[in-house]
Design a protein around this ligand. Sequence first.
Ligand code: AMP
Length: 570
Amino acid sequence: MKYLELAQTFEKLEKTASYLEKNKIIADLLKKTPPQEIGKVVLLMLGRAWPTYISKETGVAHQQLKKAVAMASGYETTEVDKLMTKIGDLGEVAEQLITKRKQVSLFAKPLTVDEVFNAIKRLPEITGAKSTDRKLELVAGLLTSAQPVEAKFIVRTVLGDLRIGVAEGRLRDAIATAFGVNPEEVEHAYMLASDYSVVAEAVARSGAAGLKRVTVTIGHPVSPMLAQRAESPEEILKRMNGKAAFEIKLDGIRIQAHKNDSDVKLFTRRMEDYTNMFPDLVKPVHDAITTPRAIVDGELVAINPESGRPMPFQEVLKRRRKYGISKAVKEIPVVLYLFDVLLVGDKVLMSKPYTERRKTLEKIVKPNDHVQIVEQRILGSPSEIREFAEYAVKIGHEGLLAKDLKSPYRAGKREFMWLKLKPTLDTVDLVVVGALYGKGKRAGVYGSYILAARDATTNTYKTITKCGTGYSDEDLEQLTQLFKPLQIPKPHPDVEIEIEADAYFKPEVVFEVGFEEIQRSPEEKHTSGMGLRFPRFIRIREDKRPEEATTITEIEQLYREQQQKKGKRV
Ligand code: AMP
């Protein structure tokens, strides 16, 4: 196929914003593209010569590209610069200059899609000595043979900015229109292959049957299965027929690990290749998976080396960027917690039920310091689920993920077969009125704070909960420093407190606290007459004065709403 045909299609696509028209333009082109070339056409239409999950760039700087345009058109680079300031798009500059090209090469053959694709694909591979010059030559060579409109799109592709408004979602519909297949099936095939060039070629060669044959390949990320949110254990049991698998929900980053003999790749949820970001995981993953080939799914968590508790992940990524990977590797150990397996050997397991996949996972994985299997329990009673959720939060995790025992692995889908249960449903702002010393590792700092809500009628603060989770070690240290000067020998006159504390404070600091449930007559004796289940420190509300803390009346209102949600009579 001639590249000119593709460039002219790009031109049409650039000129129209209409979805339907764009769909028709792409479908018409795909219909007349020979199947062996359709993959290349699709990738070029997405502005690249490799699938989107491979993060590569051509590595040709703007300045070099200007030189290539000058060489191919016979104009000076100063001329290119002049036009560039006027037009602002090097693609269009190339188009104009090539139109008035000074010397016309007599031997120029029409460019083919193959040639352009292969040249662009080669660009990132050119490295080492004189690579800048060699890249320049390659691009200038293409431009010398190019017609003006071809030059425009070659330049933009090399720059990685095609600007024709074709995203992957549009390809799904255009492929469906071109070959008369169901868009959902096209999308499903894409979820497995993560590459529209593979999907388009399969349909172009064998229609709907070809589409069904598209499957997972080691080394190509699969769209991860996602979870819906559930409000309560009761809801989960109802949706999952009375019994489900509950796994700890870890707060890290989703990682899909592919092992192909000695080769290990780690992909994120957005299907980016993060293998280089976590070089310390490659060997442990390789060793933990005892079969030569497999794809497994999990969550990567960073562990605070001092406390042994998980660390907020954003922090970890930030540190890796700031201090470099080798330092981070030493200071912040990471652990990949696996919870699913998609492929073993040449068998795709995604259509198998959850229980079978979990069994296989346990069979093929030999845990080590950096690779573990997520803790799981099969439960059928709300109280057991709550207890497990409480335990998950206590050891520093987010909550639970419930999984339907019979569910297949539905790539890219957010459905009700996976349900997340985060104990924290709501937050309140409470005044800190006292504290208890920490024990064990937390000795020497306050480990738990006594919190109160404001009674607007008496203008006093009445206790509602003790809160001993949600703090990092750093938080506990800093909070202890913050509260020392506020300490008073006995409860402040504005505070109504009956439980014994190690320290009492002036009611000045406000904490935002998450919780699962408000309770009437809690076990602990609180002067507000209410309590919080699973309270969790979120942050200090520096912007709030104690007079602005949540009031008892507001908490009573929240309680009523909660009971209504549960369908109980108040
Ligand atoms: P969310 O990001 O809140 O929609 O929650 C879903 C995410 O939780 C998944 O994409 C995973 O990254 C993460 N996750 C943590 N633990 C698990 C688990 N045991 N099973 C599945 N996903 C988990």
